[in-house]
Design a protein around this ligand. Sequence first.
Ligand SMILES: [Zn+2]
Length: 92
Amino acid sequence: MIKKKLEDYKRNTAMFTPVEFSIGARGNRCLNVNGYVYTKKHSHNFKIYWRCAFYRKLNCKALVHSEGDYVVKSCGIHNHPRMSPYQFSNCD
Ligand SMILES: [Zn+2]
C-alpha cells in the first residue's frame, strides 16, 4: 500500500505543487502554497484537507488537499490577493 503510494508520487510529482508548513501564533499548523495560506480543516487517511485562512474573514472558498509534502488537489478561486510574507506568521 505504502509502496504503491510512493510509486504514485514519483509518477505524479511533476504536477504536484510542493508546500511549506508553518506554525501560527496559537500553535496551529498552516500551509503555504504559492503565496496563499491555508488552515487545516480535517484529515483522512493520507490526505489533509485545508481551507483558505480567509475563509471566515472574507468568505473565501478556496480549498486544497495535501498528501505528504505536495498539494494533490486544489479547488475554488481566492477572492483576495496573495499574502505578503510577514502575514504567513498570522495564519491562525
Ligand atoms: Zn483565499
